[in-house]
Design a protein. Structure first.
Length: 231
């Protein structure tokens, strides 16, 4: 009889919902991320560990690991897993990096970053989204993510400079405050443009000067109140 008990336990474990989600994450990483050329070990492990289904609306949980963005509250979205991975990879992160995220949204991108780096500072203009993301971070045990409700266009000057900045909403131009809050050698990745005409732009600060290049056409939600900002 004792021979069969471990087998029964194993069968129960294999059919558990959490194990099913783990398998979906492994498949997501293999088919959506590695297959598209991203092979940084730290990033791949982060995507295998972070439970994306915790960051989506209940009615979309069954689609959490699909190769697509999904709607969340306040007319915002949780980005396609590959785009999250691509933007993370483009920043060439180190564990010691201090990161600013503009646009907390669901919190998924911040959780991925927190798996890789020591400290993540994330700003969200919608208080409801900021509070919900904070609750998920606490549930999952993240103690290195710092949340703020506010205007991400202005960055988080009192916590600057940052080694990396990632923006998950599209302004019509690159906010000057974000450039100013980059540390020497710092990197900034941001979607820029209006409507269907947007490009992902990568900036790097070297010797006090900013160099930038377009790297990918994208489609993000617009930065809220961006039309009120000036160059």
């Amino acid at each position: 009889m004792s021979i069969f008990i471990p087998i029964l336990i194993l069968m129960c474990l294999e059919s558990s919902p959490q194990d099913a989600y783990r398998n979906q994450r492994i498949q997501m990483v293999s088919k959506q991320i590695i297959a598209r050329g991203i092979n940084d070990r730290k990033i791949l492990e982060a995507f295998r560990e972070v439970p994306r289904h915790k960051f989506v609306l209940p009615e979309y949980v069954r689609f959490a690991y699909n190769d697509s963005p999904l709607p969340i509250e306040e007319g915002q979205t949780i980005s396609q897993p590959f785009i999250v991975a691509f933007m993370t990879d483009a920043l060439n992160l180190k564990q010691s990096d201090r990161i600013l995220e503009v646009g907390t949204g669901s919190g998924y991108q911040a959780a991925i970053l927190a798996q890789i780096c020591d400290s993540v500072f994330t700003i969200e203009i919608f208080e409801s989204l900021s509070q919900k993301a904070k609750s998920v971070f606490e549930e999952l045990g993240y103690d290195n993510i710092y949340c703020k409700t506010g205007d991400g266009y202005e960055g988080w000057p009192e916590k600057s400079p940052f080694d990396a900045i990632i923006v998950t909403c599209a302004p019509t131009h690159i906010p000057k405050p974000l450039k100013e809050q980059l540390a020497e050698g710092g990197r900034l990745i941001i979607p820029v443009g209006e409507g269907q005409v947007q490009h992902l732009v990568l900036l790097q600060k070297k010797n006090g000067k900013i160099k930038q290049k377009n790297i990918l056409p994208v489609r993000f939600v617009p930065m809220v109140d961006d039309d009120l900002k000036k160059y």
